[in-house]
Design a protein around this ligand. Structure first.
Ligand code: PLP
Length: 457
C-alpha cells in the first residue's frame, strides 16, 4: 500500500469509525450472533492474490459488525466499561503508524521517555506516591493481569521461593493465574460477609501460622474495587500486617483506581503511600483509553529488574550500559512493547485533569441515580456499597435461576447489556455505568427494561 493509497483508505477508515460511533445506538448492544455465524461467512482459505481495501471495509459491515458486541454503546452496562475515545484512538493510530518496538531506550528514546512522563503524570493525577526517580517508577503494561504477574515475580525475588501468595475470595483470578505461572501456592483469606473486604485479622493469623511452620509468605494482594462488587480491602490494616512480616503488598485497583483523580474519591488511596510495594490500575477500563493500557507502579524497581532482566548480546548498547536510561523490557514479561504511552498522553492532553474528573463524576452520579431507582422499588434489593460506577442489585422474590433468566431476556432484547455475579449463593445483577455517551435517559430506560423483565411484570 503506497502512502497515497494509505491516505485515501485511512480517511475512509477514520470516517467509518466516526460514523460507527455516531450511529452506535442503531445496533443491538450485545451481538445477536450464534456460535459459528461469523466464521461461516468467512472464506476458509486466505486469498492468493491481494484484494482492494474496499472489500475489507465491505466485510466490516456485512460480516464483522453483526458479530460485534458494542462496548462503546451508551447502554453497555456489563462487566466494567472499556472506554475508547477520540484522542485515544488517534494516539493508538499514531503508535501503529510509527510501528515502534520500545523494548530498550535505544530502540526509540521517545517511546521510553514519554512513558516515564505519562506514568508520572498519572501518578500525580491520582495522588499516588510513585514518581520515576530514585528506585521507584511506573510502566505501562498490557493488562492488570500482567502487572500482577510482574509484582509476583518481583516479590518472589525478594522473599525467595517458594513464596506464598495471599488473596481473598474476591481477588481477581489474575492473581491465581500469576501464582500458577510461577508455581506458588495461593492462600485465600476470608472476607467480611457484609462488605466482602479481606479480613486483616485473619490475614495476620494465616501469615503468622505460615511463618511459624517455616513457610515463606511472598505477596499479599489487596484490591481496591473488586471485579464482582467493587469491594475495597482495608489497605492500611493489610499493609501493617505486610510490614510486620516483611511481605510485598500489591494493590490491584484495575477498575476503581482511576477514580482517585477526583479529590472526593481519593480516600480510596488510604494506606497506599505508607504500605504499597506495587500498585496497578487500568486507564483502559474507565479512563477513556482503549485497551490495552494498564499502569503498574513499584516503590522499588530493583527486585523486579533482578527478576526479569536477561541481557542477550544483541540487545547490548551504550545507552543501557551507561545506566542513564530505563529499559522497560526489564519491567514486563514480553520483550517487545508497543508505544502505548501515545494514547494515554493524547487522552490526558485532550481532556485535561478537569475533563477526566468530569467523566468519572458523570459515571458516579448516574450510578447514584440508578441506585436510588432500585432502592425506591419494593421488588428489588440494592447492594448498599456502590461508590463508583457499578451498582449491584437483585429482584427480591425470584430464585437465582429466575434472576439469570431475567437478565438473559433483557440482554437478548439488544436494548442494553448487563452482567451478573454471585454473593452468598444469591445472583446479583451488575449495572456498570461509565461509557462517555451514557446519559440519564439511557439509565432510566435500562431501569424500565429491567423492571419490565420481572416475572409477572
Ligand atoms: N483486577 C481487577 C480488580 C479487575 O476488575 C480486572 C478486570 O476486570 C482485572 C484485574 C483484569 O484486568 P486485565 O484485563 O487488565 O488483566
Amino acid at each position: 500500500m503506497s502512502p497515497e493509497e494509505f491516505r485515501r483508505y485511512g480517511k475512509q477508515v477514520v470516517d467509518w469509525i466516526a460514523d460507527y460511533l455516531e450511529d452506535i445506538e442503531s445496533q443491538p448492544v450485545r451481538s445477536q450472533a450464534k456460535p459459528g455465524d461469523v466464521r461461516s461467512m468467512l472464506p476458509p482459505h486466505p486469498p492468493e492474490q491481494g484484494e482492494p481495501y474496499e472489500n475489507v471495509l465491505r466485510d466490516m459491515e456485512q460480516v464483522i459488525l453483526p458479530g460485534v458486541t458494542h462496548w462503546q454503546h451508551p447502554s453497555f452496562f456489563a462487566y466494567f466499561p472499556a472506554n475508547a475515545s477520540g484522542p485515544a484512538i488517534l494516539g493508538d493510530l499514531l503508535s501503529a503508524g510509527l510501528g515502534v518496538q520500545g523494548m530498550v531506550w535505544a530502540t526509540s528514546p521517545a517511546c521510553t521517555e514519554l512513558e516515564t512522563v505519562v506514568a508520572d503524570w498519572l501518578a500525580e493525577l491520582l495522588g499516588l506516591p510513585f514518581r520515576t526517580d530514585g528506585v521507584a517508577g511506573g510502566v505501562i503494561q498490557d493488562s492488570a493481569s500482567s502487572a500482577a504477574l510482574v509484582a509476583v515475580l518481583a516479590a518472589l525475588r525478594k522473599s525467595g521461593r517458594p513464596g506464598r501468595i495471599y488473596v481473598s475470595s474476591q481477588t481477581h483470578s489474575a492473581l491465581e493465574k500469576a501464582a500458577r505461572i510461577v508455581g506458588s501456592e495461593v492462600c485465600v483469606v476470608d472476607v467480611a460477609p457484609d462488605t466482602l473486604a479481606m479480613d486483616p485479622v485473619l490475614l495476620h493469623a494465616l501469615i503468622a501460622e505460615d511463618v511459624a511452620a517455616g513457610r515463606k509468605p511472598a505477596l499479599v494482594c489487596a484490591t481496591v474495587g473488586t471485579t464482582s462488587t467493587t469491594a475495597i480491602d482495608p489497605v492500611r490494616e493489610i499493609g501493617a500486617v505486610c510490614r510486620e512480616f516483611g511481605v510485598w503488598l500489591h494493590i490491584d485497583a484495575a477498575y476503581a483506581g482511576v477514580a482517585a483523580i477526583c479529590p472526593e474519591l481519593r480516600w480510596i488511596n488510604d494506606g497506599v503511600a505508607e504500605y504499597a510495594d506495587s500498585y496497578a490500575t487500568n486507564p483502559h477500563k474507565w479512563l477513556l483509553t482503549n485497551f490495552d493500557c494498564g499502569v503498574l507502579w513499584v516503590r522499588d524497581r530493583r527486585p523486579m529488574i533482578d527478576a526479569l532482566s536477561i541481557l542477550p548480546e544483541f540487545l547490548r548498547n551504550q545507552a543501557s550500559e551507561s545506566g542513564q536510561v530505563i529499559d522497560y523490557r526489564d519491567w514486563q514479561v514480553p520483550l517487545g512493547r508497543r508505544f502505548r504511552a501515545l494514547k494515554l498522553w493524547s487522552v490526558i492532553r485532550w481532556y485535561g485533569a478537569e475533563g477526566l474528573r468530569a467523566h468519572i463524576r458523570a459515571g458516579v452520579s448516574l450510578a447514584q441515580r440508578f441506585a436510588e431507582l432500585v432502592a425506591a422499588d419494593p421488588d428489588f434489593l440494592l447492594w448498599e456499597h456502590h461508590p463508583f460506577g457499578l451498582v449491584c442489585f437483585r429482584p427480591l422474590r425470584t430464585s437465582p435461576e429466575q434472576t439469570l433468566a431475567m437478565m438473559e431476556k433483557v440482554n437478548d432484547s439488544g436494548a442494553l447489556y448487563l452482567s451478573h455475579t454471585k454473593v452468598a449463593d444469591q445472583v446479583l445483577l451488575r449495572m456498570a455505568i461509565g461509557a462517555p455517551a451514557t446519559t440519564v435517559e439511557h439509565v432510566d430506560q435500562a431501569w424500565r427494561a429491567i423492571r419490565a423483565a420481572l416475572p409477572g411484570a
